[in-house]
Each structure stands twice: as structure tokens, then as C-alpha cells.
Design a protein around this ligand. Structure first.
Ligand code: NAD
Length: 246
């Protein structure tokens, strides 16, 4: 791929940055010269051995106050946060009548409320600097729904409204907020919740299954100056194109 980015002096916080798409993004940010902070409830220490520009932190984004304290500590340590990518998400599979209120609320806290808490720190910080990019993830399930995935699907729909509202509030201050529906991607979040039959459905009839390497370039675009005129956008990868096959 003949695309290159210069992320020197850029600080990028990636929640859910321990695995899957978030981890792939951390590696790419570091490769481009930036500092990537991989914040995850299950951190992968091996990431830090792959680049000295990757900082690994254990953070539970479901604890809103803890997340806010973490972001404040990053600002103190590095002086600024240029981009915040919220990849952390969970998808427990249970019928609505069988899901406990505790599980429902935990999904809301991790997948949705964490962006609200993060934004309370990020918006004043970024608008004051007139620079910053916030990115989160929706999902095809936001509009189709999915049996036993009601909580996850609900958060992924609500995130569209939240990120677009953030975009409206920050527009006058040069800060951007966008959302990606990455399409089915071969990570733990795909293989964990989906049965073999569901996985087969997605592979054969549901538009295909993509890879982390195919999603990361879209995120690099959104957190780079290449997308400086783009805010409030939903980038939806409904059909999977594998560049190597084209
Ligand atoms: N994989 C897909 O098919 C797919 C499809 C649509 C959308 N997405 C979205 O892409 C994003 C990245 O997902 P992924 O596919 O890389 O999944 P993944 O499971 O590989 O990564 C999610 C990460 O979030 C972390 N996490 C979970 N709970 C956390 C918490 N409380 N605090 C901090 N970290 C926590 C996990 O440890 C994990 O590292 C998610 O927002 C997901 O909803 C993925």
C-alpha cells in the first residue's frame, strides 16, 4: 500500500488497544512515529516489546471516573492527546428475558457510557487546542439487530447519535468526531460470540469477513490530518473488499 503518515509528536489513546483492531492500530501509529497508548482491561504487555512508542495500560473503561482519571494522567504525562479511539467493547450473547440488568448495564457502561465520560475530558482539552480527533465504532448490528445481541446492538446504534452530537458540539473548534462500522472482522469479538453456523453465514452470505489489517488504514485516515475536513461521518464497510484479491 503506497500510503504513509507522519505521526511524530502525536499522542493516540486506544481503548481496547490490547487486542484485535485496537492493537493493530497501536502498532501502525507507532510505526508512523506516534505514541500509542493501549488501554485495555486485559492488556497485552508484548505490544510494548514491539515498539518503544507503545505504552500499555490496564484500564477498565466501564469505570467512568477511572477512565477520566486515566485520560487526565495521559495529558499530564504527555502534555496532550491528539486522538482518542474507542475500540473497547463486549458482546455477551443472551436472550433479553435471560439477560440480567447487571449484564445489560455493564454493556452500556463499557460500549457506550465510556465515550460520554471520555468526551467530558477530551472535548475541553481538544477544543482548547483547536485540534483533535475522536473515533468510535458502530456495527451492522446497529440497524439489523441480532438475536441475543440486543445490548451490544443498542450501544452500537446509540454511539452513532453520540458521536454525531460530539461532532456538532466541537465543529466550531476544529475538533473532529467520526464513527466506523468496520464490517465483520476476524477478531475475538467475531469468533467469541458467534456460533460456527453464524460465522459461516457471515463468511458466505453476510458480506464476508475482513481482517484487522484491512480496517486499520481507515482508522489511520480518520485520526490523521488527511481527514481534517471530515467530521460527524459514519464510515460503513458493509461489503468486504480484500485489497490483495483485487
Ligand atoms: N470484529 C468485528 O466483527 C466487529 C464488527 C463491528 C464492529 N466492531 C467493533 O470494533 C471494535 C474493536 O473490536 P475488535 O473486533 O477488535 O474486538 P476485540 O475483542 O478483539 O477487542 C476489544 C478489546 O476491548 C477490550 N475490552 C473489553 N472490555 C473492556 C473494558 N471494560 N475496558 C477496557 N477494555 C476492554 C478487550 O480486552 C479487547 O482487547 C469494537 O468497538 C467492536 O464493537 C467489530
Amino acid at each position: 500500500m503506497r500510503v504513509s503518515y507522519d505521526f511524530r509528536d502525536r499522542v493516540v489513546v486506544v481503548t481496547g488497544g490490547g487486542h484485535g483492531i485496537g492493537a493493530g492500530l497501536c502498532l501502525e501509529v507507532a510505526k508512523a512515529g506516534g505514541v500509542a497508548i493501549s488501554a485495555d482491561i486485559a492488556p497485552d504487555p508484548s505490544l510494548a516489546t514491539k515498539s518503544e512508542r507503545i505504552q500499555v495500560e490496564k484500564v477498565d473503561v466501564g469505570d467512568g471516573q477511572g477512565l477520566q482519571r486515566f485520560l487526565e494522567s495521559v495529558i499530564v504525562q504527555h502534555g496532550h492527546i491528539d486522538s482518542f479511539v474507542q475500540a473497547a467493547a463486549i458482546q455477551p450473547r443472551q436472550l433479553i428475558q435471560e439477560m440480567s440488568a447487571e449484564t445489560w448495564l455493564r454493556v452500556m457502561d463499557i460500549n457506550l457510557n465510556s465515550l460520554f465520560y471520555a468526551a467530558q475530558i477530551l472535548i475541553p482539552h481538544m477544543t482548547q487546542r483547536h485540534y483533535g480527533s475522536i473515533v468510535t465504532f458502530s456495527s451492522g448490528l446497529a440497524t439489523t439487530g441480532w438475536a441475543k445481541a440486543s445490548a451490544y446492538a443498542t450501544t452500537k446504534a446509540a454511539l452513532v447519535a453520540l458521536i454525531k452530537s460530539i461532532a456538532k458540539e466541537t465543529l466550531p473548534y476544529g475538533v473532529r468526531a467520526n464513527i466506523v462500522a468496520p464490517g465483520i472482522t476476524d477478531t475475538d469479538l467475531f469468533t467469541g460470540p458467534n456460533s460456527q453456523d453464524e460465522q459461516e453465514f457471515f463468511r458466505v452470505r453476510g458480506g464476508g469477513v475482513g481482517t484487522v489489517d484491512e480496517v486499520v488504514p481507515l482508522l489511520m485516515f480518520l485520526i490523521s490530518d488527511a481527514s481534517q475536513s471530515l467530521t460527524g461521518a459514519l464510515l460503513s464497510r458493509d461489503l468486504i473488499i480484500h485489497p490483495q484479491d483485487v
